[in-house]
Every structure is written in C-alpha cells, then in structure tokens.
Design a protein. Structure first.
Length: 115
C-alpha cells in the first residue's frame, strides 16, 4: 500500500528537495535499463553462445520492467506536482508584490507577508 507524506522545507529549498525526491528513483531507473536490455537479449538469444530465445523469462522481465517504470512515473508525477505548486506560489507572491497596499485583487483584499 502506498501512503502520501507531507513535510515542510524553507522556500529556497523547494527545488533542491524536489531534486532529492527525484533522485530516489535512481535505482528504479537503473533497473529499467537492465531489464530493457535483458528482455531484448531474452527475445533474440545469443548467437555466439548458441542460445535461443527465452520467452518465459522475457515475459517475467517485462512485468518487472513495467513495475519499475510505474515507480519512476509515480515519482515524476509527484515531483511535477511539487514544482507546479511552487511555481504557482511564486507567481502569486509576485502578483501580490505588484499590487499597491490595500488594493483589491480578484480574490479579495491583497495579502501581505509578516515576518
């Protein structure tokens, strides 16, 4: 079962943290490459060793390959969500800075940062 985690980082660390999260997929990516190459070899055999195609093993590797790809795709989707939310946040913050104090925005009164 997969569970969703949530945690906070400083604003300036968001993109670096997204990169770290993406890096968690490195093992799955390496596995994808190995399986991709392995499936090709299993389907064609090795003429030098006079081995024949191994369809059963190829099918097993393809199933493993698909699971590894799903893990990578899920991680990429999570990173896209983080980056998109960060860009939306930055855009909203920039719009608020351009508005004069007390001006009304489309969403009501302008918000200000404290701190």
């Amino acid at each position: 079962m997969r569970v969703k985690l949530s945690y906070t980082v400083d604003e300036e660390d968001v993109l670096a943290e997204a990169a770290k999260i993406l890096g968690l997929s490195a093992d799955d990516m390496q596995q994808c490459i190995r399986l991709f190459q392995g499936v090709q070899g299993d389907l064609t055999g090795d003429p030098e060793e006079e081995s024949v195609a191994n369809v059963h093993l190829a099918l097993e590797k393809i199933e493993e390959f698909r699971k590894a790809l799903l893990n990578v795709d899920t991680r990429l989707s999570e990173v896209v969500d983080i980056i998109s939310a960060y860009e939306d946040y930055k855009s909203q913050k920039a719009r608020e800075r351009r508005q004069p104090p007390g001006a009304l925005s489309d969403n009501g009164p302008a918000l200000s940062e404290e701190g």
